[in-house]
Design a protein around this ligand. Sequence first.
Ligand SMILES: [Zn+2]
Length: 256
Amino acid sequence: MLREALKVILDIQELDIQMIRLMRLKRERQSELERIRTLREDLQNQVVLKENEVIDLKKQIRLSEVEVQELVSKTQKLESQQNVVKKVEEYNALTHEIAATEREKSGKEQRLSDLYDRQGAEEDLLKNLKATYDSTKSSSASLEQEILASIEAINAEGIQIKVKRDAMQEHADPEILRIYEKLLKNKRDRVVVPIENRCCSGCHILITAQHENLVRKGEKLVFCEHCSRIHFWQEHIAVAEEEKGTRRRRRTPSKV
Ligand SMILES: [Zn+2]
């Protein structure tokens, strides 16, 4: 009978809805995991970038130090030359050259002092980044474990649902099951729904009295004209449930 066939589909539908929710939850948890990993990798990349910046700065500093040192030696050389020249013009020329070298040197020293400041600031940043990375690494590790465990639990629950569903499917009318599965695939929501207060409880649109009568008769599948869901009459299912229970109760004593 149709109402009994629909009852089986309704039971399957409950499992399918559970499964859909479970898979949605699993996807959420997987993207959480992805977010945590991305965050950690981003931080790690930032640390590496900052480390390279500090290394570059140190190289620049070393170069500048050498340049300043060279200018110091140049000045010393010029001064010793000045000590031995005889002509006033030569002496004055050297004085100019020494002054120019000194100017160049103080420019370079200024730049070097800026570089030292930057090095200090960058090293502080690096230290903070490393600390953030380390604490993120340890806190995300435990969070990751938690999420992985919950995904495992979800998988186990999914297997249980599938086992139940496979068993139920054997009792289902293949044709109705096929139609139901196609609808479910489109809607990802309940597709066998009762009529409530003259409305389709799937799309909540009012249905005609004629349509309602067809559903009440329960002789064939009736689809919602608006959302294509399969309609059923609540009391039919209650009766089907009752009959199933009665049969089970009757069967049990006969076995003994
Ligand atoms: Zn509808």
